[in-house]
Design a protein around this ligand. Structure first.
Ligand SMILES: *Cc1c(COP(=O)(O)O)cnc(C)c1O
Length: 485
């Protein structure tokens, strides 16, 4: 056991329970036995697991300390761009844990789970209303999984028309999962450069789109936090050549109730319920990436989906041209419940307001910090804004140093070095759930860090000094992960 003198609020070293244990400690008191001891049968004796002897307080402190090493949306602002790390109302956790929902076996017959099927059916309807796309599958388990399902739908559509297409257009401002999902489905991603103002030029699509291309995957708002204002014209070009338009709607919290995807010419779109619709994420836990499609493409969606037959809800497996299943049973049901509760409690008006606030908060940060940090594209942003470290170059301070110093001030750093189109990018997404006081405090901290970069650059290069671990070898961690402590 490591012995560091003194104690502090921040526990830097916490030994393993095995190192902490002392023979003879125990975590409960039982009355002394008042009957004579009996012989313990030999066949039941043997070497049990070597558990350490611990008191109750040993255990409580150990796990409480470990929990304090964690940083989450519940502990502070988490402005990780492209991730929508927003506060999720706890009531939705409680509702998702309702025994009738949480303990329902997915193989129960339709008659016995009418309420659950109703939730699925109505959620499909709500997501259709939010996107303007009537066909919905709740099965995909994440955003990237929704993209892959969307690409399978693209492929099924082209196959049904005897059209062999091998490529797909992907702008350089698309999320990184887009080309990966397309490639996994056998399409060759063709990168498209965005224009000087950070959005797509109609001309670039007109030049690249041909009848070998299955379509285009557009992230909108794109990963620069900018709205692709030419989306409709781009969609028309793609459609004219027989292609389809995929809209990456992971960042729906910027446009809910404001933009209708169908009217933008989008044919398939996924939503990240674990970003916009009240499922906490970031720890790799379950998510959901439902896809919404046009009426024409609905027949290709995964089976089953929930349907309403008179007053009865049923699962519908009758879709002969379906791409099949992409998930066991019905997707991550608990995530669907949270989204359903969130949408029901918010209502259309408040969903729209949430998007407006998400955009307002990002725009406020952009305005307050431009000049302190170099703004990548000086035009109105959506729910996130992207800066770079260009102004800090003369002090030889990089985006990484700034991010690490923010940790010392108790912030989770923004997304860094992404999107790739901005050298030394710092991508900040405050989300709609931060209040102005907290955003102002973040802005003030960012300004302080940038001032330190000028006056005491060493502070930034050494940072973080208050974290348990400091500068990790991220390449090594990715290439040779050590997962056993
Ligand atoms: C987060 C995100 C994704 C990927 O979602 P996952 O659930 O992590 O697979 C895709 N596109 C965009 C724009 C995103 O922000």
């Amino acid at each position: 056991m490591t012995k560091t003198p003194g104690i502090s609020g921040l526990i830097f070293e916490e030994p393993l329970l095995w190192e902490k244990g002392q023979k003879g400690r125990h975590g409960m008191s039982i009355p002394a036995s008042d009957v004579p001891p009996a012989e313990f049968p030999a066949e039941l004796q043997g070497a049990g697991p070597e558990f350490p002897d611990l008191s109750e307080i040993d255990v409580v402190r150990h796990y409480t300390r470990l929990s304090q090493w964690n940083y989450g949306v519940d502990s502070g602002m988490y402005p990780l761009g492209s991730c929508t790390m927003k506060y999720n109302p706890k009531i939705n956790e409680k509702l998702a844990a309702t025994p009738e929902l949480a303990a329902a076996h997915p193989m129960l017959v339709d008659d016995e789970v009418q309420g659950n099927l109703q939730i699925m059916y109505e959620l499909q309807q709500y997501l259709a209303a939010i996107t303007g796309l009537p066909g919905v599958s709740l099965q995909p388990a994440a955003g990237a999984h929704g993209e892959l399902t969307g690409m399978l739908v693209f492929a099924a559509y082209h196959r049904s028309r005897n059209s062999r297409r091998t490529k797909i257009l992907i702008p350089d401002t698309a999320h990184g999962t887009n080309p990966a999902s397309a490639a996994l489905c056998g399409y060759k991603p063709v990168p498209i450069k965005s224009g000087a103002n950070g959005i797509l030029k109609v001309q670039s699509i007109a030049e690249a789109m041909d009848e070998e291309c299955a379509g285009i995957m557009i992230t909108n708002p794109n990963t620069l936090g900018l709205f692709e204002t030419n989306i409709r014209e781009i969609a028309d070009i793609v459609h004219a050549k027989g292609g389809l338009v995929y809209g990456d709607g992971a960042n729906m919290n910027a446009i809910m109730g404001v933009i209708n995807a169908a009217r933008c010419g989008i044919d398939v779109m996924h939503l990240n319920l674990h970003k916009t619709f009240s499922t906490p994420h970031g720890g790799g836990g379950p998510g959901a990436g439902p896809i919404c499609v046009t009426a024409e493409l609905e027949k290709f969606l995964p089976v089953p989906s929930a349907i309403k037959d008179g007053d009865i809800y049923r699962l519908n497996f009758n879709r002969p041209e379906s791409v099949g299943r992409v998930h066991a049973f019905h997707g991550n049901f608990s995530v669907l419940i949270r989204a359903y509760c969130y949408i029901r409690t918010m209502g259309a008006e408040n969903l729209k307001k949430a998007s407006q606030l998400a955009v307002l908060n990002a725009a406020y940060i952009k305005e307050q910090l431009k000049g302190t940090l170099q703004l990548a594209y000086n035009r109105p942003c959506m729910h996130e804004c992207v800066f770079s470290d260009a102004l800090q170059a003369e002090d030889k301070i990089t985006t990484l140093d700034i991010a690490k110093r923010l940790i010392d001030y108790g912030y989770h750093p923004p997304t860094i070095y992404f999107p790739l189109v901005v050298h030394g990018a710092l991508m900040i997404e405050p989300t709609e759930t931060e209040c102005k006081d907290d955003i102002d405090q973040f802005i003030a901290t960012m300004k302080l860090v940038v001032q330190e970069a000028k006056e005491h650059p060493e502070l930034l290069r050494q940072a973080p000094v208050k974290a348990k671990l400091r500068r990790l070898d991220e390449t090594q961690a990715a290439r040779k992960p050590c997962l056993c402590g």
